[in-house]
Design a protein around this ligand. Sequence first.
Ligand code: TYD
Ligand code: MG
Length: 461
Amino acid sequence: MDYNRKTMKTDKSVYACQSCGFQSPKWLGRCPDCGTWNSLLEETFSPSIKAHPWEESPGRKSLPQPLKEISSQGEQRHLIGIDELDRVLGGGVVPGSAILVGGDPGIGKSTLVLQILDRLAGLGHKSLYISGEESVQQIKMRGERLGAGESQVLVVSETSLEAIFKILKEFQPRFVAVDSIQTVYSGEMSSAPGSVSQVREAAGRLMVWAKKSDTSLFLIGHVTKEGIIAGPRVLEHMVDTVLYFEGERGHAYRILRAVKNRFGSTNEIGVFEMKDSGLEEVRDPSQLFLSERPLNVPGSVVVPSLEGSRPILVELQALVSQTNFGVPRRTAMGVDHNRVSLLVAVLEKKAGLNLLNQDIFLNVAGGIRIDEPAVDLGITAALAGSFLDRPISAQTVLFGEVGLTGEIRAVSQSLLRVKEAQKLGFTRCLLPKNNLEQAGKTPAMELIGIGSLQDCLGILF
Ligand code: TYD
Ligand code: MG
């Protein structure tokens, strides 16, 4: 019985995983929920705080009603005027929605969000930028670089959740950005700022406010080394839209990807270039990704890949060279590593290329990542080209999924892919023969339907 009393006393503290929010009464070396090592921290257990009266906005009361009586055109969206972004959001910002913008430090999250608010303010919407990381002078300096020095955006440097709610209540903005959600803390909770419970509490209460007052909320979240949003992985479930801002260090372009979107497709990407005057949209990414392409060099091929609704031509580069000692290396950047291993095996078995004692490197030029099977044929062609030391003509593109028996399977949207290639001056396209019909016919583009990997290599080399 003594034991019971003891646990009741110590119950006040709880160990919370800083990555996913899992809670345990005792410390564990590894979170059983998300598998992260050494992520449990002691936090004081505090029951959720009730919303303050001043958090209660006058908003509507919701009553159940039959689906058929709900008008469907109700949802009105605000276009920001940055096409790349509006498309990723699924056609603008939905009032009352919460959007999480994640990304590595220094990738340009603050810049992007300030540019968004500046646009919205320019359209006459009251916008508020709350920074917990920079002073208002620093934000002003950034604004001046972005050409937003004269902007109407309201700016405040604040980290206390209670103070933020007072500001929200007083100024009633339509669009709010919190940079970053990890810096916001509630003085009524004893957990340290940045801990999972603080971040969850802050985001949760801000979102309730946003929903009730039809305010759109942008939450900026940092990402840890492992590529997850630190602490607030829990946030991904709560918010309506999760956008990741990606890019390689040293490259100027940045890719905005929707990984979750309640109001649109999640496959869409937006391409931006970081310039001295902020982020600029790239309307023709194919041109950008092919700008430094070497012509008629073994191991380089161009693939029309589809990102969401939009085709992008990317260059795949392969380097296959004899292993001098040890186990052959297999390195793939920008494409799935396992997929490459599989295609190497198919090339070995079905096309008779002896790749067993070869080091293999594969890269998607420009630092973009592609995750669709339609690039299979491109990968195999690049590998075979490098192995055989034969170039593929610079006017050729190819796409198709490669099956385990070496058959070439049809992929979606072949017409879009062919058109994009044509637009950039390509004159020959190898594609799955089952796609030939949909791909349309034009005199400017020679379309070659192929049924197997052997056919393809026979035509190319
Ligand atoms: P920032 O938006 O502060 O990144 P984050 O909020 O994701 O940490 O962007 C930081 C980088 O962007 C910094 O290295 C400088 C660069 N930058 C430009 O190149 N041009 C610009 O106009 C601005 C504002 C930033
Ligand atoms: Mg920042």
